[in-house]
Design a protein around this ligand. Structure first.
Ligand code: ADP
Ligand code: MG
Length: 260
């Protein structure tokens, strides 16, 4: 459904991504990891068709989103929901207006119908609509803002795929857990694929079946958790070294949970 084929990308002739290829199948859950500045957000921007690719293809349902007119690109983009790194809510709009923005602006639904959909969505993302509907974003906690951004993305498209850029960065542990729960719920209840960028390896393990590691614009790993842990690749091991301890801990915990 989504595929990068030999994609290279540069900003002002400075190479950022180097010959990246990977595929995401329908309903698959993928995590992209890598050090800061390695090009993870750039991959998401390319998937949304927000940058022109200099080389290679970015295929959404078999169509190269980079080589098409903006009008067509906008249509294709509707298959993708994106939650940006900082949540990126409209500050001057209430939480309800943020979540219902797309429906109000781009559909024929009545304000009452939109409000019904918004209330339903707030429930889905685990928020009390009586509490948040008319609140401004800065009156809400970081974790609530993040969940509102997810609700907005889900109502702004008919997503077949949801992209999350560092969805838990800056959140405290309880808020982090709520956002991860919500991503897991999405994966279970909605027929969509998820791509999550994170450098929190513990988070990654709990929300993905497949892992990609990008270092300095190069894809150095693509595989499942066992393959990641057992990788003999020197660059993969170097990347994992700081996380080894928490990595093993989570693994053990998962193992213990599976025991009868
Ligand atoms: N708009 C831009 N113009 C020029 N360079 C950029 C721009 N956006 C990002 N970069 C550079 O591209 C590289 C990859 O950035 P990014 O994809 O944001 O990395 P990550 O998300 O892995 O931290 C970084 O070196 C960053 O400085
Ligand atoms: Mg980034």
């Amino acid at each position: 459904m989504i595929e990068l084929k030999n994609v290279s990308f540069a900003y002002d002739e400075r190479p950022i991504l180097k010959n990246i290829s990977f595929r995401v199948d329908p309903k698959e859950s993928l995590v992209i990891m890598g050090p800061s500045g390695s090009g993870k957000s750039t991959v998401l921007r390319l998937l949304l068709g927000l940058e022109q690719v200099c080389e290679g293809e970015v295929l959404i349902d078999g169509q190269n989103i980079c080589a098409m007119k903006e009008s067509k690109r906008r249509k294709l983009r509707r298959k993708i929901g994106m939650v940006f790194q900082d949540g990126a809510l409209f500050d001057s709009m209430t939480a309800g207006e943020n979540v219902g923005y797309y429906l109000l602006e781009h559909t024929d639904l009545t304000p009452q119908q939109v409000e019904d959909r918004v209330q339903e969505m707030l429930g889905f993302v685990g928020l009390d609509s009586g509490e948040v509907l008319n609140a401004l974003p800065d009156q809400l906690s970081g974790g609530m803002q993040r969940r509102i951004a997810i609700g907005r993305a889900l109502l702004s498209a008919e997503p077949q795929i949801m992209l999350f850029d560092e969805p838990t960065t800056g959140l405290d542990p309880p808020a982090t857990e709520k956002v991860l729960d919500l991503i897991r719920k999405l994966q279970e209840e909605k027929p969509i694929a998820t791509i999550v960028v994170t450098h929190q390896i513990v988070d990654a393990i709990s929300i993905a079946e497949r892992f990609i590691v990008i270092v300095a614009g190069e894809l150095i790993f693509d595989g499942n958790l066992d393959e990641l842990r057992d990788s003999r690749d020197e660059r993969v091991n170097h990347f994992l070294r700081p996380f080894r301890e928490s990595f093993e801990k989570v693994n053990r915990r998962q193992f213990v949970r599976k025991e009868p």
